[in-house]
Design a protein around this ligand. Sequence first.
Ligand SMILES: [Zn+2]
Length: 490
Amino acid sequence: MQTASRVVVVVFDGLRPDMVTQDRMPNLASFAGDSLWFREARSVFPSMTRVATSSISTGAPPVVHGIVGNNFYYPDVTRDFVLDTSLAEDVALAESRLSGPLIAAETLGDRLAAHEKSFAVVHSGSAGSTYAINPRAAANGHWTFSVMGRDATRTPNAVDEMVERFGPLPPRTLPRFEETDYVTRVFSEHVLGEMDPDVALIWFNEPDTSFHYKFLASDETGAIMTAVDAAFGRILTAIRERPDADGIAIIVASDHGQISSSGVADIATLLAEAGHKVARASSRAIHGADISVTGGNMGEIRMVDGDMERRDQIARWLMQRDEIGMVFTPSDDPVRGAVEGTLSTALVGLDHARQPELVYVLRSGTETDAHGLPGLGLITGGVPVGGGMHGGLNRHELNTVLILGGAAHSGPARSTQAPSGVIDIAPTVLDLLGIAAPASMCGASLMSRQARDHAAHLEVFDAGFGAFRQRLGVVRRGQHLFPVHGGRVD
Ligand SMILES: [Zn+2]
């Protein structure tokens, strides 16, 4: 049954639900106060933007969509460097070498197109993130605008049209005030004001960018949070001014949270010092290396030379180091990894054919940062110490914003602890429009009472080797496990 005439999805990259307060984001907090808020919504693992974006578009974890990291070694595409899924040229290379899509699973956009529904996206993230939200936008007859320019979208005419209407694309500054303003104008005035798509989605690159480089709760980050919240207010006004406002469902979401960094543990350098020939993902050159390593606050370690004894040795070496929080390896077992003491990648939905042989997560905890926010952990680098990071399994990285309002929720405002997450967004949008989700979508429609009221029971899995002990908490809904919090146990 169709319950909404149209659906508007607003995504704030990296936004933590505990930062949605009257003080910081009054428009969003007021909206939440009239809506249905899934307080325990979860990202996927790794809790990174392109991984989570692919989970939003496919309604499924990485085991289904195959984007197993923001960067990952993918020898079927190239053995020369680690694929960077943010880059248009790397996505194009993958599609050319695979003679097919990088994200093969059916997406929200594909399903909408099959039902002759229009879908407009306004994006301020990387080319790869813009691609992942509707990989076949052009073939689907959809419209995707990127504030990053023509090369960052598969429908470059959208950029040409908007530049003609709203003027040159804005300069890139930090915080991203100008980009926030530009995409809000495109979305409110053009998409909602004139285009009238069945589904409209806007993706704000803030507060994620400022969390990373200006710290989570700093004054500068507070200013951009005020700005994106005001942008949300403008979007709500544009919706309410429409004659069909009552039929429009509104979903507000984030792709992951963030935690603050407390120090650096440069795993690639430590591995090199331990005698391995290491290629860092950022070097864009693998030639001659034994292993390739990605970073952030977690990463993959690939055996470029295929030496699995080396893999086992590195896994044990990691578990002996104080900086390490968790270690995963592929396994036929749903819980235990192939190397004693590690957990199975299947436990976190990462067991796609493209999965790495070894995954590490740096140590993190729920201690408070310099501004009093809980969530603190080590990073390999990439942002100043104190800056935010995400990718791992800390509850403050995993917990996402997920709020249903407008025509998606009737009756009094409420919040629910039901298991839910980014994988539920696509099935919910489809259900709102009366369209069945494909079987590949593991997510559920949050319009169903069953999903809204599903009781959450925490299940805990432990593993250890020597003095190393790690623990992952999950909640189950049907066949799917939502990761809740993971880390080292002291
Ligand atoms: Zn993100």
